[in-house]
Design a protein around this ligand. Sequence first.
Ligand code: FE
Length: 198
Amino acid sequence: MIQAKQFSDSIYTMSGISKKTIEEHLKLYTGYINKYNEISEKLTLLTDDDFSKANQVYSHVRALKTELSFAWNGVFNHEIYFAHLGGAGGMVSGALSDQITKDFGSFDSFKRDIKASALSARGWVWTVWHPRESKLINHVGDTQNTYAFWGATPILALDTYEHAYFADYGVNRGQYVDSFFENIQWDVVEKSFDAIQK
Ligand code: FE
């Protein structure tokens, strides 16, 4: 069993991303928590009949195994997203700033790459630390659990599902991405980065 996390009250008073959007969005997050717990429990209750009918086209085992990943990543992605919102935006600093300059040339180039990724994604953009190459990469997902980048650790997650911005911006996803940057708590992202360097 997992419990929903609490996030900063400042996520309800952001400029550009409305309180209503955040309230509705948190309901979806809670839904992922509940479904993760429900599926986890059902996996403990599989019967001999379920095991004998395991099948790659459709089976109860397949449904539970695949949707556990969707539910868990729905939890994981949203916890990164809400935890680093509610801040004042601005500039990144510390070791993360140096790494961004090394890998992208400048902070503006890094943000441009995230924005283009966001306009190219159907679900998520993640900034991940790729230890094999010792560099940061922005990559995209079309759902909670697509295009996994094995071995890399996400430090930033930008939700590009329509529920994250449609009520505030309609089809103007680019404006939502600008607001995302204006409300990000870079110190949270910096701490995530620092933690995986040790
Ligand atoms: Fe979402």
